[in-house]
Design a protein. Structure first.
Length: 383
């Protein structure tokens, strides 16, 4: 995902924020491989038939949400920080109804925008396109993940054009990973993809935002954090409007990275991406992907928790406390990597929102995540 990188002596495990469910529970071992690369149309489903889970509120979700300001009119800022969500498409028909129900509930939280993941090594692109289209029709500002993974530049251009036609607010441009045989990346760097998306959008007369990835604790292909900061600057030069970080555990890492980016002259907002870790397994998987050591206290607390509810309590409290520290460090908002876990996302949003408990989920809008010198207003008590 970096624009330019040299091999590092202390190379970390390969990171791929394009991996849409890298730290979630994955498809079952028995699920046919064809279903793992899910597209509703491949199984005779199309349009609303594919996304109809029997919810009577479906029609309301597909009416434009009047309270939402188009994301291209504003950027994340400390004056009006954003609360956003990352969701992923279903891995197969058996998961479709459950996935749609979870995403529908997440949309009702009233996020400032939603990003939809693309899939490991370019898998499940069709499912992503369909989910992106469905969410965009609901009126929620929608950013589609896109990687450099394609069979040809022509195929990549067609994918960009299809996303633009779907009405996305923007595209989160990532390098992604090559296939196991080393093939598939038709562009070498995320900056190349950012520039290409910008060119295609301009040619189509489309007004969109472009988002890049940032790595406060270092990308495995970078020599050091300074190079990662320089890559953020290159992404801005290529056309990125703001960036979203990979998951990290320490607010000081974020603050240090902001200083390095500022030294490059880059000015784009950098939104921290956080994953509520509700299990030891998920914590270990996140740590493996990021090349970081799991926080001992968090790992111990999750390991000693007697039940799932206690583990969720721990995950919510840890995420909210980190968000508060990030607000003090100047974060322009938070992106929550939800793993389509609606109950946990609701708890975090409830704690970081100025709306009273219960107001979320009504899709009637909410006041911004308020900031002051002490951090965000945590007006909703943790349950």
């Amino acid at each position: 995902m970096t624009a330019s990188a040299q091999p590092a002596a202390d190379r970390r495990p390969q990171v791929a924020r394009s991996n849409d469910a890298a730290v979630s529970t994955g498809a079952s071992a028995e699920e046919p491989i064809a279903e793992r690369r899910f597209s509703a149309s491949r199984f005779g489903l199309s349009g609303e038939d594919a996304f109809d889970d029997g919810d009577d509120a479906a029609d309301a979700l597909h009416a434009p949400a009047a309270h939402i300001t188009p994301a291209w009119d504003t950027l994340p800022s400390v004056e009006a920080p954003t609360l956003s969500l990352e969701v992923f498409p279903a891995r197969g028909v058996p998961q479709l109804r459950r996935n749609v129900a979870a995403v529908r509930k997440l949309l009702k939280l009233g996020p400032d925008f939603v990003t939809v993941t693309y899939g490991a090594a370019g898998s499940r692109q069709e499912g992503t396109k369909e989910l992106v289209t469905w969410i965009a029709q609901s009126g929620v500002p929608t950013y589609a993940h896109l990687t450099c993974q394609a069979t040809s530049l022509r195929e990549l251009d067609e994918t960009i054009d299809e996303l633009l036609e779907a009405g996305v607010t923007g595209i989160l441009a990532l390098r992604g990973d090559a296939r196991d045989d080393g093939s598939g990346l038709v562009l070498p760097h995320a900056t190349d993809l950012i520039a290409r998306v910008s060119q295609r959008a301009e040619a189509a007369g489309q007004r969109i935002r472009i988002v890049g990835a940032a790595f406060p604790t270092g990308h495995p292909d970078s020599q050091d954090l300074r190079e990662d900061a320089e890559n953020v600057a290159r992404k801005q030069q290529a056309g990125a409007d703001f960036a979203i970080t990979q998951h990290f555990f320490d607010a000081e890492d974020y603050a240090r990275f902001l200083d390095l980016v500022a030294e490059t002259g880059a000015t784009l907002p950098i939104v921290p991406g956080l994953t509520p870790t509700t299990t030891v397994r998920r914590l270990e998987r996140i740590s493996e992907l990021s090349g970081l050591t799991p926080p001992p206290a968090l790992a111990a607390a999750l390991g000693a928790a007697p039940d799932a509810q206690t583990r969720r309590d721990i995950a919510v409290q840890n995420t909210v406390e980190l968000a508060e520290k990030l607000a003090r460090a100047g974060a322009p908002g938070i992106q929550l990597f939800t793993m389509n876990d609606e109950p946990t996302a609701l708890r975090v949003f409830d704690a970081l929102s100025s709306s009273p408990a219960g107001a979320l989920g009504q899709n009637t809008g909410r006041e911004p995540w308020l900031l002051n010198t002490q951090g965000p207003a945590l007006k909703a008590a943790l349950h």
